[in-house]
Structures are given as C-alpha cells and as structure tokens.
Ligand binder design. Sequence first.
Ligand code: SAH
Ligand code: SF4
Ligand code: F3S
Length: 441
Amino acid sequence: MSIPKTKTAYLETYGCQMNEYDSELVKTILTKAGYEFVLSPNTADVVMLNTCSVRDNANRKVYNRVHTLRQSRTTEAPFKVGILGCMATNIRKDLLEDRSLKIDFIAGPDSYKKLPDLISTGFESGEKTFNLTLSEFETYSDVYPTREGGVNAWIAIMRGCNNYCTFCVVPHTRGRERSREPESVVDEVKRLVDEGFTQVTLLGQNVNSYHANDTDFAGLLEKVSDVPGIKRIRYTSPHPKDFPRHLLQLMADRDNICNQIHMPLQAGNNRVLEMMNRTYTKEEFYDLVAEARETIPNLKMTTDIIVGFPTETDAEFEETFEVMERVEFDSAYIFKYSERKNTLAARKFPDDVPEAMKTERIVRLNDLQKIVSLKRNQAQIGEVQDILIESLSTKRDTNMATGRNAGNVLVLVPNEGRRVGEYTNATITEATPNVLRGIVS
Ligand code: SAH
Ligand code: SF4
Ligand code: F3S
C-alpha cells in the first residue's frame, strides 16, 4: 500500500494520567510529521490505541477494541492499527506473534519519536513494524504536548520506576526511572500559564524520588510554585516510604500547592506489605498520616488498595479494613489483585486467593469507604470553598456546572453566570460520597 497523501490519525487513550500525557506528546510528534488528527477511526489512515497493562481487565478492554476496530475496517477505510503504551512493552511477544490481531505497528513508551518512521516504513513495506526499546534517558523534554481543552495541564516530571513493587508491571513496561531537568519543567509551566492554564499536576510513578541537577521533589515543587500565575499545583503519586518532612512543610507554607495527597497504602498488614516490597510498615504509615495532618491543615487524602494479594488471610485483610477505618481517606481506589506477567509476584507467589473472596473483600472495603467518604464530605457542608470550574453541565443536569475544590473533590454549582476555567466561591450545602453541591456565594 502506498502512503496516503493526506495522512490522518486517530488516537484512543487507556490507563493512567501518564498515558494521557504521553498521548499529548504523540499528537505533537505526529502533527509535526504532517498528520492531521481526526475524531473517528473511520476517517483515519492510522488508528492508535495507547494502552495500559496494569490489570488484566485493562488488557482485555484493548483486545476487544482491536477486534471491533478490525471489523469496522473496510476496503474504503483500510486504516492501519497501532498499539502504543504499556501493553506494547509488556506483552510484546503476544502482540508481535498473534496474527489474528492484525496489528500493523507497535511502539513502547520510549519510542514515540520513532512513530513517524515506523508508520511510513510499514506503509511502504506492508510489513509489521515495531520499536519497543526502553531508554534510560528519554524524557521528551524537547516535545511540547498538544493539550486539548480542560483546565488542568499534566506534566511528566520523570519517567519509569525503580521500585519493583512485586505486583506491579510498570517498571517492566516503562523502564528505569529518570528525572527531567527542573529548568525544562519550569519553562513548560511558564508556557502553560501564558496559554491560560492556572492548574498543573506533576506526574511520576514515585515523585518523591525525583532528582535532577541537585533539585529534589520539594525543590522542584518550590520552583513551580514560584511561577507567577500558577494557582493550583497537584502531584501524583508519592510513595509513603520516602515522604520528606520538608515537603509537607512546603505544602503547608504555599497557598498554590493544593492540600491534597494521594498516598497509596496498598495493604494494612505488615507481612503482606513486605511481600509486596512496599518497604514501609502499617505503623510507619500511621505516623506519616498523623504528621501530614498535623502539618497541613484541612488535608485531603486519597489512596490505592489491593485486595487478595497472594496468601492474604482473612485476618490480614481485616487489618487493611481497620487502617482504612482509622485513617478515613477522602476516597480510595480499590482493586482486586491481578497477576501480571513478568512481575516477581507472578513468578514467586501463586494467585491463590479465590475470586469470590477477592469480591467479598472489595465489596466490604467499598462499602466502608462509601460511609467514610460521605462523612468526610458532609463535614464540608457550610464551608465557603474556592471552586475551579471544569464544565458547564453534567450528564444528568444541564443547569449545573462542575468544578473541583482545592482538595480535588468534585463540586456542583448552578451554571448561571459561570465560565470554564474561572474560580468561584461556593458555600457547600449538600454532600454525597462522591460529590458536593454548593451555591455561589
Ligand atoms: N506508581 C503509582 C501507581 C501505579 S499503578 C503508585 O505507586 O502509586 C496504580 C495502582 O494500581 C497501584 O497503586 C495499585 O494499587 C494498582 N495495581 C498495580 N498493579 C496491580 C495489580 N497487579 N493488581 C491489582 N492492582 C494493581
Ligand atoms: Fe508500580 Fe510500585 Fe512503581 Fe508504583 S511505585 S509504579 S506501584 S512499582
Ligand atoms: Fe499507567 Fe497502565 Fe502503564 S497505569 S503506567 S498506563 S500500565
């Protein structure tokens, strides 16, 4: 097949914020190479899925999508299909060898600059092309992402992960940890402000181990906080094992660093935490939460939990329940353990907690968290909060605008007179586990 004259591309993104950010990089790289991005696969010459491999259901979603795409591929619209992201590096062999999938090109998270070449070589040869090399250096500092809409700008400050939590595929899919130079992060933030953004979220798999040019994560946060015009800075995710005191103090001292921390607990039992290679204990986690709450007034805290890690007993699960009950997170993402190829857990620990038990545990934690989230949200009723407006209607109600308070909780306010991107004061009047309602005051 020859290279089409006007090359159009379509991209779907799965997985975490890092993948969202990477898709913005891919858009820039391919736009520079002459591609025009379109909103439907049927009008595209090239269809790409930026994929996630963190749990099995993420993988399955992509397989299903590839099959549907193949069915919609016709002789009039014979688009090429490419797999990008974490599935590409994680199950490279399956993707390369499975002919039934009919994938045309594959690129891992560090290969996006090669995409224009990979695609055009494939068009010329008709052969499958791929690049899955992981780099120790690539940070894409020289690629300015194509951000579309929204009031928040993601910025990856580092890539990869060296932690090797035993359940986690990310170090295998994204390679070694590397930090981007602070100057390049600050320059990007300045440019974002010029474009009208007032909120940034700094991204990394473990932001606390950020280190470049003698700047640690707190140092970088301070530099970003000094950029005139930045009103809200968030970051995700820190690791509880190395949370420095001076970072908490900086958050307390700076008005434009949001009083919100995503603090992934994963499990509340020390034996399980050790098997997970999380390198902190339940007691250390309690101490950190206490210190954070003491230092930062009105702190909102969220977490990630895995239930049914290999060999987790009922009593050990109860400890996770107890920690969640005691800590009272504002919200929690709770997952069933999913065995991932290439991880240490997959090699050493049989996935022996029965599915029904995993379900029982996840239901119990979700029920508990609902009650806790409701309590935490109800405690905000009567407060006057600064809301950054994100959208002027909800799916269910065309009269309500949505926004977020500094703690990152969703707040609905009447949309009359509101504008996307503005900050408005609202008095909170109602609460559910997931959202607050307010009136503009
Ligand atoms: N780097 C981030 C998160 C990475 S993945 C961090 O450390 O916080 C996001 C979440 O997915 C993890 O916190 C974990 O709770 C969950 N997760 C990762 N691997 C998983 C697996 N194999 N099974 C179930 N949940 C998993
Ligand atoms: Fe995965 Fe652990 Fe790294 Fe997070 S810190 S990406 S959970 S290995
Ligand atoms: Fe993110 Fe999924 Fe990769 S969570 S880092 S896209 S495996």
